[in-house]
Design a binder for this molecule. Sequence first.
Ligand code: NAD
Ligand code: UGA
Length: 469
Amino acid sequence: MKVAVIGTGYVGLVTAATFSFLGHEISCLDVNAERIERLNKGEIPIYEPGLAELFELSAKNGTKPVFTTKAQQAIEGAEFIFIAVGTPPKDNGEADLSYLESAAKTIGTYLSDGAIVINKSTVPVGSGNWVRMLVEKGVAERAAAQNQSLAGFAQSLTKAHPVTFTVASNPEFLREGSAIFDTLYPDRIVIGTDDSKTRDRLEDLYKSLKEQKFKEPSFCKRPEGFGEVPMISTDITSAEMIKYSANAFLAMKISFANQIANICDLVGADVTEVMHGIGSDSRIGNKFLSAGIGWGGSCFGKDVQAIIKIAQEYDYEPELLKATTDVNYKQRELVVKRLQSELKILKGKRIGLLGLAFKPNTDDMRDAPSIDIARALIKMGAEVRAIDPIATENAKRIAPEIHYSSSLEELVSGLDALVLVTEWDAYKELDMKSVLSKMNGNIFIDGRNQYDPSALKALGFNYIGMGRH
Ligand code: NAD
Ligand code: UGA
């Protein structure tokens, strides 16, 4: 089937790679010419494990996607048009829908009769109808332009029926760093539409994924016992709400773990033990209960803010969601407070950050806790050094005031305190004896609770975990 993907960021590229791997004909549109040029050279502009390999498999199977900045080339003739443009937060917390608006108008200009426009971007409730209206406007403007030319007028007379289309919502649940795995082996696929034919066609597009009728790639194995993927069909509004609610719930789970961690600190309990203890209850589940310096990334913060804004528009104060956000950002401040309480005066102190990305296995620096922590320390006069296996170049663009170390040795030498910010595999099993021997001080803040407190204390570290000692 012919599929167009609008936007070649994390979601757009993973969607394109997956559908082309499953044998569909894909065209990708982006307004960022540099990005498209790189894609056409075979370069992958983001770091996402398995993405390049999946594109390679598609190329071998003869279904390599077309990457273009030309809307007509991407959209005309496509049966399915996925929107995967960014919906970043505005200063007031609402979702900025300007990219979505522009994408919808462009689609209206070029879409073919019978196409389905599917929204994969995370959008406020009600956006489905708005997208339909914008696409309709594009279609109407095109018809008017055609009618203005004589040839077009003649053509319109012979036209049997106008361009028809439907709009659906298909929220995306992938996680950066494991996006290919999450997309090939999803927990569920949600389709929001009010039209049964649209639902049937989308179910058909997803059939091989749903039934898992594809040869698993060697670099992304199917989990043992993984069966058919549940398909959740609902209306557009509920689908839009499912996406925000899923992110809000996950963010809340982490904030809950962090709040309990802070109480564990007061009473002398170990939050990792506590979370293991509660997570074993199948009603609670053991995922997303890792306490630490909290969540970051492009979505939890913006989506929780956006759903808060939606509720407030209806004059409802979503207290739980507001607390979820407050608890999260206070975890970043806690790291600074702990350093201050140990080092007293931060001015002139050298502090090293292990990891910059908001989570391991990504180069994404959006809302990364590392930046807030570094900036607060720098403001207090500390020298902040940092290292990351992949995200350094992106971090440099956001925070040039940080000293970026090119090796672990350079990072740790003469440090007063070291903070584990991102639990990359490489930073989980460091030779801590050697690290300590190069440091000036002995403070280690384990922002992700990755190390054994007693082992580090035995080495001579002043170990400070997040809810464990
Ligand atoms: P991104 O910023 O990485 O990519 C968006 C791309 O869209 C950019 O390359 C941009 O140039 C392009 N674009 C903007 N306007 C365009 C237009 N009019 N026409 C064509 N291209 C255009 O964004 P992302 O992280 O992939 O997120 C996309 C959406 O998916 C967001 O709504 C996000 O909330 C949601 N989402 C993201 C993730 C994730 O892990 N990143 C997961 C689930 C859902
Ligand atoms: C998250 C969701 O997990 C995806 O389902 C969703 O599609 C996506 O947002 C989105 O809408 O963009 P992502 O942000 O890529 O995915 O990564 P996560 O693995 O969810 O991690 C988010 C943040 O939470 C990271 O900073 C991570 O370190 C933190 N985290 C995660 C914790 O602090 N504790 C945990 O137990 C789990």
